[in-house]
Design a binder for this molecule. Structure first.
Ligand SMILES: C[S@@+](CC[C@H](N)C(=O)[O-])C[C@H]1O[C@@H](n2cnc3c(N)ncnc32)[C@H](O)[C@@H]1O
Length: 334
């Protein structure tokens, strides 16, 4: 696909681009892994620096034409995998990884793609698959029992009306198939006096996270990134909602504390931590960016640097979020 054809598509504006670039310093060269390629906003910017290479991942096959454009331009300096970022350790050359970046969630073009059904303005069969999925939101809403739906809405969406919404879904699906517009109607009927944020936001977020197994993807992606990154390399992550940010914050603070060093290491060797947090408080978008790029209003950028090859433990993050990981396992019923 040519650049001209690609640019006819809906453009995604990369969030916190300058802030991210100043943290990962591509001007010094090296290999960078872009875990969430999208339309390639971050990858393209990194490749402008001559001594860089980018290995990019995206689960959505609609990223492929954008990746082809970069491949034509940058040849052997760029590789793209239509894979999930939980698979980053499958890359061939694991040396000299200077930066691993994640820009979580969905792109502007994905939310505007009605075939994906990620927006509550869409109509028709529920979907929400970002790519490489085993089941859709239609399967979740049609098959899981009330208790399971309530648990997904409550824990992934932090939705206060989870019980009543899941009850209404189960009642209504006995009579009719629940399409996207029906789900929006059920939510609106259950949340009469709520107006602050769009009433459907939390339920749609919960379903999207469940369908795309976003919790285990993020945890496994971060754990693998922590093992792949070389000394003085940086892992940087842009999150868009509180659960993603909580996972990232906990993982980074766990890695940069003494508890993350294996307890089998003798006391005297516990002198050097493996990681250091770069920015204690997350970096957020400037008011100018928020005006120009609406999704940036909820973006938070956190970063960590690897300081030594001392052994470190990552089991703590699976334990900490075990409850959410167990809820994801409800998908085995589909
Ligand atoms: C916010 S967009 C990234 C935009 C990108 N930074 C750019 O500048 O165009 C997030 C992208 O991550 C992808 N994605 C989400 N979860 C993923 C996963 N687990 N593995 C691979 N890609 C994923 C989505 O398909 C989407 O294209």
């Amino acid at each position: 696909m040519s650049a001209a054809i690609a640019s006819e598509k809906i453009k995604h504006y990369p969030v916190l681009l300058n802030e991210l670039i100043s943290i990962i310093s591509p001007q010094n060269g090296g290999t960078f892994i872009d875990c969430t390629f999208g339309q390639g906003g971050y990858s393209n910017k990194i490749l402008q620096f001559p001594k860089t290479k980018v290995i990019a991942f995206d689960r959505d096959e609609k990223s492929i034409p954008y990746a082809k454009n970069l491949k034509d331009k940058f040849k052997s300096r760029f590789i793209f995998y239509n894979k999930k970022f939980s698979q980053i350790s499958e890359i061939e050359n694991k040396n000299n990884i200077k930066g691993i970046i994640f820009d979580l969630g969905f792109s502007y073009s994905q939310i505007k793609d009605s075939s994906k059904g990620l927006s509550f303005n869409d109509t028709g069969r529920l979907n929400m698959k970002m790519g490489l999925n085993n089941f859709s939101a239609h399967d979740v809403i049609s098959i899981l029992n009330q208790e399971n739906l309530e648990s997904i809405f409550k824990h992934f969406g932090e939705e206060q009306k989870s019980k009543i919404i899941s009850k209404k879904i189960v009642q209504e699906r006995k009579k009719n198939v629940i399409n996207t517009e029906d789900l929006v109607r059920i939510i609106n009927q259950s949340k009469k006096n709520y107006s602050k944020i769009e009433k459907s936001t939390k339920i749609f977020q919960a379903l999207r996270m469940f369908v795309n197994k976003e919790i285990s993807e993020l945890i496994n992606g971060l754990v693998k990134a922590s093992k792949l990154i070389e000394i003085n390399g940086i892992i940087a992550l842009v999150t868009f909602h509180s659960i993603e940010d909580k996972i990232c914050k906990n993982f980074f603070s766990g890695l940069s504390s003494y508890e993350s060093i294996s307890r089998y290491i003798p006391e005297k060797k516990k002198d050097k931590l493996s990681f250091e947090i770069i920015n204690k408080k997350p970096i957020t978008a400037s008011s100018e960016e928020m005006k120009k790029n609406f999704p940036s209003r909820s973006a938070k950028l956190r970063a960590i640097i690897k300081k030594s090859n001392n052994s470190f433990d990552t089991d703590f993050i699976f334990k900490k979020f075990q409850k959410l990981l167990n809820i994801e396992k409800l998908s085995s019923k589909l």
